[in-house]
Design a binder for this molecule. Structure first.
Ligand SMILES: Nc1ncnc2c1ncn2[C@@H]1O[C@H](COP(=O)(O)OP(=O)(O)OP(=O)(O)O)[C@@H](O)[C@H]1O
Length: 776
């Protein structure tokens, strides 16, 4: 069976499918106290750690006494004579052998809290041989907290018909400052790394669907624990052990218990390991592997962990060298735990934020997420009742007092639809990519047909179809990119929320590649550093994925060359065939080019650019010429008026006979500006060749003041007029141009007008002009 492909929907546990097992979780056997009241009923103050002291029973003298089950102090016989014995207050002072009341007092509320969505941590702390393992695991006659907790987990599920659950568990130990997977294959269990914020990798998880299944897992993992006989304990735990269950749950759908057909899955109870899978990690309130329960139909998923820890006991040096070495590691990690707890308590009491040395041991690194506050914590401090162990017991009591002051703020973790959404996005992306690939294949096949088939069997995509096809492919690519961005955003948000706020070192974010693209990870880095690097790596991957998608989109947007109708070979092959198809194909290509040009407004073919620039230049030149023409027109009008006045005056003085003496030479053509010359030339030629122009000029003069002045002067019969003389000059010299020496170049429109006027006096030099009155 491939355990890596477990469908979480197939391993759900609910009230209908949970197995009664050996009767422990039958409805009649469910402890009402588990379900009654709130989870805080035996969890003490929810903001504080629940701290209980358990004194191991003894047949001889007990050094301690408890007057009211919450206070403990040295028994009169054990206290220093004449010195008042310190009294310590806790939530519970427990004695005796039965584990059931112990469980009820220190663990049941926390188990229920875990089932309700809070992280919960229960651990036993104490000197070697003080009763930690007996309290956590117990024996067949007196099952301890762990088996009782498991029984309650299934009992809780059985009594909660409106929810369905996915349970996963792992079991590890910290031995000589190395973490080993107790459920992993191989002697001693494979080593596990803490990646950051409690994430463990690689760690095997077992999906649990029954009480029998979890018992089998516990037996297997417990069997792998390192124990040895010491001077104090015949079977002493030489490691800290951590049994952890991840509880995921969601409300059942509207169909309730009938939504899913009851499926006892008989093999699951007896072969839990077959339901397990190797996972990249599991830690704290978040994990990175194993089958995950998905939020569905608006139903959020609650995720919580229940951690049950049996610490190794502090001890003095023993007579055995190996045990002494183990003892040193144990003591060191317990000292670190003490110092971490001390700092946390101090911070909480004084509102400080002093650095907490979580990194100083694997144990504290592992416990960091919980000790940082996001867990309900219950501690059972076990005491050796012997008067000879008073020092160690006092030390245990002081540790218990300190942890009592640690502040907690556990919060439920509700996974809304994010994960489900991400999953849906990923699936959609896969579908879209598949559709893209199918379209590409189809296009290729159409092209292939065009090249190889003959006659009417061929069918190419029409130009319209090609355009539609291109658009559809672009749409698909756009959607893929949009979804990819959504995934990136969601992942970033999710990861940022769990990460410590610390800037990512750019050099560390770009770790060197190793071998076949594997990313080197330095496990000695701080958890948050590793986490940052993981995030950076993930982002880098997403960026790369986006780049690939963009390139794919760009490729798709290019004019198709795969279509045979557009390839030269295809054209050759079809030379005797369908010209219409070729024309259509050409047009399709033209449309694609135009679309590309439209999509990229900055693009324009070079020849178009040149034409545009030339047109603009011509328009500017035209505007300048028009302006010049306007000015010349105004000037001419002024001169005409002055001339009319002058001639009138001249004639009235009877000096008309001087007209011949004053005759001016015919005007000469002046060079026009180069850009304007060809056009002016054309117009001059037009004027010179067209008789109608003369008529037009005459028409123009019909009502002109000049003509009126001429007529007036002629009617006065005072000799030939200067105007008549000039008029005849113009008539005699058809080639004469109208340019004015003082106003070059002459606009083409003006030439027509001036020629018509035949204003030979325009040859007046600047000096001469100055003698001409400017106003009539
Ligand atoms: N409450 C108890 N009632 C009866 N027997 C107990 C009790 N607590 C402990 N014992 C017995 O005391 C012995 C030592 O207990 P245990 O192994 O649980 O100690 P420990 O603290 O886990 O020691 P270590 O740290 O060395 O593993 C065991 O034989 C256990 O059965």
């Amino acid at each position: 069976m491939d355990v890596s492909r477990i469908d979480p929907e197939e391993v759900l546990v609910d009230a209908a499918t949970v197995e009664p097992g050996d009767g422990d979780v039958s409805v009649d056997n469910i402890d009402e106290a588990l379900l009654r009241g709130s989870s805080s009923s035996n969890a003490g103050d929810q903001d504080k750690v629940l701290v209980s002291i358990r004194i191991r029973p003894t047949d001889s003298t007990c050094a301690w006494t408890s007057p009211n089950h919450q206070t403990i102090h040295l028994a009169p016989g054990s206290a220093t004579p004449g010195k008042a014995s310190a009294a310590y207050n806790f939530d519970n002072i427990l004695t005796g052998t039965p584990n059931k009341p112990i469980y009820a007092a220190v663990a049941r509320g926390h188990v229920r809290a875990a089932m309700e969505g809070y992280n919960a941590l229960i651990f036993a702390y104490g000197q070697t041989a003080s009763g930690k393992t007996f309290t956590l695991s117990g024996d067949p006659d007196e099952p301890g907290i762990i088996p009782r907790a498991m029984r309650d987990v299934f009992a809780y599920i059985r009594a909660t018909p409106d929810r369905e659950y996915l349970l996963r568990c792992s079991y590890l130990e910290i031995y000589n400052e190395a973490i080993h997977d107790l459920l992993g294959a191989g002697a001693g269990g494979p080593q596990v790394q803490i990646l950051g914020n409690g994430i463990l990798a690689p760690l095997r998880e077992e999906v649990i669907t029954s009480l029998a299944g979890v018992r089998a897992v516990l037996a297997r993992g417990g069997g792998n624990r390192r124990t040895a006989s010491t001077d104090w304990n015949e079977r002493s735990s030489r490691s800290h052990s951590v049994f952890r269950m991840v509880v995921e749950s969601r409300e059942r759908g509207s169909a309730g218990a009938n939504e899913r057909a009851p499926s006892p899955l008989p093999d699951r109870a007896t072969t839990p390991s077959m339901n397990g899978r190797s996972t990249p990690g599991l830690g704290g309130s978040r994990d990175t592997g194993g089958p995950r329960l998905q939020a569905r139909d608006g139903r959020s998923v609650q995720v919580s962990t229940l951690s049950l820890i049996d610490l190794a006991g502090s001890e003095r040096a023993t007579s055995d060298k190996d045990r002494t070495r183990e003892g040193k590691y144990i003591n060191t990690s317990l000292l670190t735990l003490g110092s971490v707890i001390g700092t946390l308590a101090e911070n909480a009491a004084k509102g400080k934020t002093d650095h907490v040395p979580f990194r100083n041991s694997k144990l504290t690194r592992l416990l960091q997420p919980s000790l940082s506050g996001n867990a309900r914590i219950s501690v059972i401090a076990t005491l050796n009742p012997s008067p000879s162990a008073i020092t160690e017991s006092t030390s245990t009591l002081l540790f218990a007092q300190r942890i009592k002051r640690v502040a907690l703020k556990a919060e439920k973790k509700e996974v809304v639809d994010t994960d489900a959404l991400l999953e849906r996005y990923r699936k959609e992306i896969e579908d879209l990519k598949q559709r893209l690939a199918d379209r590409e294949t189809a296009m290729g096949a159409e092209g292939g047909k065009g090249a190889g088939a003959t006659g009417g069997l061929r069918r190419r995509l029409s130009a319209r179809e090609q355009v539609d096809e291109g658009r559809a492919m672009r749409d698909l690519n756009g959607r893929i990119q949009q979804l990819t961005k959504l995934i990136l955003t969601s992942a970033t948000v999710e990861d940022s929320a769990g990460a410590e706020s610390r800037p990512v070192s750019p050099t560390k974010a770009l770790l060197p590649q190793d071998g076949e693209g594997a990313r080197k990870v330095d496990f000695d880095l701080a958890p948050y550093e590793l986490q940052q690097e993981l995030l950076a790596a993930r982002r880098e991957l997403e960026v790369r994925a986006n780049q690939i998608l963009s390139l794919e989109a760009a490729l798709e947007a290019r004019p198709s060359t795969s279509h045979r109708a557009l390839s030269p070979d295809a054209e050759d092959a079809d030379a005797d065939g369908d010209d219409k198809d070729r024309v259509i194909a050409d047009q399709a290509r033209a449309i694609q080019l135009l679309e590309a040009a439209l999509a990229a407004p900055t693009y324009a073919p070079p020849e178009l650019e040149e034409k545009l620039a030339a047109s603009e230049e011509w328009a500017k030149e035209l505007a300048r010429e028009l302006e010049r023409e306007k000015r010349a027109r105004a000037k001419l009008e002024e001169e005409r008026r002055a001339l009319v006045g002058f001639v009138s005056k001249f004639d009235s003085l009877g000096l008309g006979g001087l007209g011949a003496a004053l005759a001016l030479p015919p005007p000469t053509r002046l060079p026009a500006p180069s850009s304007y010359a060809p056009r002016a030339e054309t117009l001059v030629e037009e004027n010179e060749s067209g008789d109608d122009d003369e008529g037009e000029v005459a028409d123009m003069l019909d009502d002109s003041p000049v003509k009126m002045a001429i007529e007036m002067s002629m009617s006065m019969q005072v000799g030939p007029s200067l105007m008549e003389e000039e008029w005849s000059v113009v008539e005699d010299d058809g080639d004469a141009d109208v340019s004015f020496e003082y106003h070059a170049p002459a606009p083409h429109g003006m030439s027509k007008f001036s020629k018509g006027l035949g204003m030979g006096r325009s040859r007046l030099s600047k000096g001469e002009k100055e003698n001409v009155p400017t106003r009539s």
